[in-house]
Write a protein that binds this ligand. Structure first.
Ligand SMILES: Cc1ncc(C[n+]2csc(CCOP(=O)(O)OP(=O)(O)O)c2C)c(N)n1
Ligand SMILES: [Mg+2]
Length: 322
């Protein structure tokens, strides 16, 4: 079948859609693997929030660094973590990227510039700021991206990080995924200020965007990342997102208004991009085939992880420095 000539925006959207769909399908599988007990511990899914890491990492290289959150599977996958090593880590296997010792909330892969997930709210932010200082000293034009949720904004270390990043002109893009919730509490019940005012206080560029439209988000992120690289001035990008699942998998979400839960379908960046691709003339069959390929990749990765060994008990102290 001859390939129709496609505009640059359509090709861009297709690439972003692929990244988002892959995150979505991986997390749907994680949900099932968690429900049947294959994944130990707690997991926090980013279903509904995929557009942010897809758009941000589109403009990053492996030499740029990101610090990810407890809701960071998408942030890790978009940055390029190997899927086999990622899934094995989720299942606590020895072949996991952290030998099965980290799991969902402490996964890290420095080979792709992913500094690590963090179970401490706002804990990754100063780590990314430290990395931004290293980028500044290296002088190679790389930048650091701390991802954080709205629940991190009221943490003291976030404010200290903004101050140091501004004072020292660090190449750092602070990316807030604002889903309106911090665990079971509304953001507005926890923070009395605004990111916009904080940015003004620390003399940083600040932009707000509804992350439903991944292409718009990518264009904005591209401009901001370019400016951070060029000027080495930090900036804040606040993205409005919608958390489709509970705070953690299994959360019955009794605290969440029924009306909000009923409207989730209209707040889905993956189906939003799908509709735009269809309108742009991409055949349904092509998007179905893309989905099939992603599912096949995940099937193979899950199978290797399930077959992998658990860590040996006599290795428990390996890698512990005292
Ligand atoms: C310093 C600290 N305080 C409290 C907690 C408990 N806790 C875990 S996640 C969370 C809410 C985080 O909200 P947000 O940053 O908005 O991220 P989201 O879960 O919405 O993605 C809290 C309070 C924690 N892990 N660390
Ligand atoms: Mg939140």
């Amino acid at each position: 079948m001859p390939t129709l000539k496609r505009s640059a925006p359509t090709r861009l959207l297709l690439g972003l859609y692929r990244t988002m769909l892959r995150i979505r399908r991986v997390e749907e599988r994680l949900s099932a693997l968690f429900a049947d007990g294959t994944i130990p511990g707690f997991i926090h899914l980013s279903i509904g929030q995929e557009s942010v890491p897809a758009a941000i990492t589109h403009h990053l290289t492996n030499s740029d660094t990101v610090a990810i959150t407890h809701r960071g599977h998408g942030q890790a996958l978009a940055k390029g973590i190997n899927l086999d090593a990622f899934l094995a880590e989720m299942m606590g296997r020895a072949s996991g990227i952290c030998q099965g010792r980290g799991g969902s909330m402490h996964i890290a892969d420095s080979s792709v510039g992913m500094l690590g997930a963090n179970g401490i709210v706002a804990g990754g932010i100063p780590i990314a700021v430290g990395s931004a200082l290293a980028h500044q000293l290296d002088g190679q034009g790389n930048i650091a991206v701390p991802y954080f949720g709205d629940g991190a904004i009221a943490e003291g270390v976030f404010h200290e990080s903004l101050n140091i990043a501004s004072l020292w002109n660090l190449p750092c893009l602070f990316v807030c995924e604002n889903n309106g919730w911090g665990e079971f509490s509304k953001t507005d019940d926890q923070f009395s200020g605004s990111l916009k005012k904080l940015a003004a206080t620390y003399d940083m560029d600040y932009q707000f965007i509804d992350a439903l439209d991944v292409a718009k988000l990518s264009n904005l992120a591209g401009r901001m990342i370019k400016a951070v690289r060029k000027t080495s001035r930090p900036a804040i990008l606040e993205c409005k997102v919608t958390r489709h699942h509970g705070h953690y998998e299994g959360d019955p979400q009794k605290y969440r208004p029924e009306e909000e839960l009923n409207q989730l379908g209209g707040q889905d960046p993956v189906s939003h991009a799908y509709d735009k691709l269809i309108t742009a003339g991409i055949p349904v069959s092509e998007l179905t085939e893309l989905d099939r390929q992603i599912q096949a990749e995940i099937d193979a990765s899950v199978a290797q992880a399930m077959a992998a060994d658990h860590p040996q008990f006599d290795q428990a102290a390996a890698g512990v420095y005292a």
